[in-house]
Design a protein around this ligand. Structure first.
Ligand code: GLP
Length: 259
């Protein structure tokens, strides 16, 4: 696991966007795994800017989303497919029919989950962007999630619903159920990029990066992945124990070492 500690949110965004841009430049038909939430927004802004400058095209890419609320109408402002279109897709040249997300309206939800899981695995995600929940969740894999799980329906914890209530008018409007890629699905991606900023993320980042691997902190499963980049600002890094080592490693990173 490579831990990249940078000064602030802008540097986190730039480092994350550079990883995506390098991937797409090298492999124009890459499959990109997109996350929602506040954490990747700076990366998306930077990718849009690079696209507008003519430096980056997503024309041949596929994109897969991590998760979706169950019970919101598809055009709801907070439905994750709507959110990702607003925050990224509608401002770049990725064809809309190549944006894949869980079908939460299917009559047979279990079959829809199985289909989506198979689609994500068959596309083969090259880079998966990730945020982390305050309770250590990845996508919507709440504490207690199987570390080997596939795409399925999950019930949100009160804490996650309260955290996400800021996007809704009222806590009661936050759905209780979601479809989420499983931890086992996410772990199939070739490169996982976890983004976090601010002191509220310091404890979950420390638990995920340096704590014991446990379903109580779903993001700790990343310790089993061979290619993870954790990009954090100083506030989100503030509870890490090996900060000096991570900085030393980055400062002396050989040019031949992969991103
Ligand atoms: C939601 C999303 C996660 C995201 C998390 C943290 O629960 N399903 O993918 O990582 O929120 O969000 P934020 O980045 O806004 O802190």
């Amino acid at each position: 696991m490579e831990v990249v500690i940078v000064a602030g949110a802008e540097a986190v965004a730039d480092a994350g966007a550079s990883i995506v841009a390098t991937q797409v430049a090298a492999v124009p038909d890459s499959t990109l795994g997109l996350a929602t939430g506040s954490s990747p927004l700076g990366v998306y802004r930077s990718l849009i800017e690079r696209h507008r400058n003519g430096d980056l095209s997503f024309l041949l890419c596929e994109a897969v989303m991590l998760d979706e609320y169950v019970g919101l109408p598809p055009d709801h402002a907070q439905a994750y497919r709507t959110v990702i279109r607003r925050d990224l897709i509608d401002s770049i040249d990725l064809p809309l029919d190549r944006l894949h997300s869980p079908d939460v309206a299917a009559a047979d939800v279990a079959a829809s989950c199985t289909r989506y899981d198979a689609l994500v695995r068959s596309l083969g995600v090259d880079i998966q962007l990730l945020g982390i929940g305050s309770d250590g969740h990845l996508a919507f894999n709440e504490p207690g999630s199987s570390l080997a799980s596939s795409t399925r329906i999950k019930t949100l914890t009160d804490r996650t619903r309260a955290d996400n209530a800021r996007f809704f008018d009222d806590l009661d409007e936050v759905p209780r159920h979601v479809i989420t890629q499983g931890l086992g699905t996410i772990m199939e991606a070739a490169h996982l990029v976890l983004l976090a900023t601010g002191s509220a993320k310091a404890a979950p980042i420390a638990a995920a990066v340096e704590g014991p691997v446990s379903a109580m902190c779903p993001a700790s499963v990343l310790q089993f992945h061979p290619h993870v980049t954790v990009i954090v600002d100083e506030a989100a890094a503030s509870q890490l124990q090996l900060t000096d080592y991570y900085c030393e490693t980055l400062a002396h990173k050989p040019s031949w070492q992969r991103h």
